[in-house]
Design a protein around this ligand. Sequence first.
Ligand SMILES: [Zn+2]
Length: 475
Amino acid sequence: MKIPTGPGDPPRPRRRGLRPRHLLLPSLALVAGVLSTAVVPDARGYTLLGFSLDLDQRDFRVHNNFSDPSANNNQSLDDDFPGYRGAIMAIWKAHVEWQSAAHGTGDGDPTQPGGLGSGGANFDPSFQGESPTPGGIDHNVHAEISGCSGGLYAFTEQPDAGGWRIRYYSCVEWADGPDGQLDPGEIDLQGVACHQAGHAAGLGHSIDHDASMYAVVTGTGVSLRSIESDDRSGIMAIYGSAGANKPRIDQLIVIGDELTVHGEHFSPGDNQIWFTRGGPGGDGYPVKATGLSSNGTELTCVIPPEAGKGDILVRRGATAYQDLSAARPSYLAETCFQPTSYCTTTPNSVGSGAIMSSRNMPSTTEQILPLEVDGGPPNQFGIFYYGTDQIATPYGDGVRCVGGGNLGVFRLPVLNLDPFGKVGLMIDWNTYPVGGGPGEWLIGDTWNAQFWYRDPTAGTAGFNFSDALSFTICH
Ligand SMILES: [Zn+2]
């Protein structure tokens, strides 16, 4: 993962020949052959490959080139895996099963409710989103590879301290299956990815039939999703048991562009917060806020602009394996606030005045903000408009509450109130107001919005205003 490789880059020299020694095998007949490649047999079931990943090799990405529709037919989001679906979510779940403690709520896999994050070792992976290419053999990327190889489903290329790559043969019918209910003939991507992630971390095959590191897939492979005591013993043998002194994230609070992490066992200085990179690309390395001081239980940083939805980890001011926390998922949106009302409405021809509201958070994750008005004159027309300033200036038959400052105000489309005096506008950020102009909604911006409407039978001016809403754009 150390050198970004794009389509135009020259091939990277390999340190050794291709050596796909870590295979998930479909039949018992081949187990002995595989076990002979394990480096350090142990009295326990597990075996070790003889290396540990460096601390800067905790990242993993997915190149989502899986060709079976069943590998990417899950379109449901999961709050513990924010922003990703399909094969990427399945592989994300596979990796965090190995982390030291529960990943968020630990939910997301019905075969182990609350149980994702079972490693108990000083080993905590960092999800780094989607890779536009399969990368090089030590770029820590999962990707499909075309073809078949006997009965082999997948393999881990050259795992060592400096990284790995995991390939999935295209002739296998891969399925993302978040409910764990696979059709006959399908093979579970999450289960097989969990097994391969164990190889990437330094584990060989186990002779324990219950272990995820057992060499043989039975059925669809769903049972491999949950690592067992022998797998935990193996990962602890490599990285040590996660002690009580390990840094821990308890809560994430985002206000505007600032993140505050509450937890335990942060160091006085030189803490780092690791983020998932937003969008595809990057080199696999986590986006980091560095050089952070702490009272031991709190860290604050400005969220780097490259950071996106995903996982957050804290590395305190030292570099042993035990100095990295378990990953905690985040939309970077924990404390988005509901829009708040301000200013005043004015009686109109039908009552005490039009009131504005919104049911959503102004979150870039939601990408939709409904603005609604009730109590207006039926069948009249009006517009929502927004701007940077809060004012209170009598105008027409009401009070104008939004000023434009240096930018002016921004008008949204003309709307008709319905026969009940209501109107709503779903603002889809994919179409409007995003667009790069001065009225674009960016994270951390505070905007104010109000509804202007015609009311010819009341007052003298023939138009009036609702009250107003103020909202701050959040992650
Ligand atoms: Zn294997």
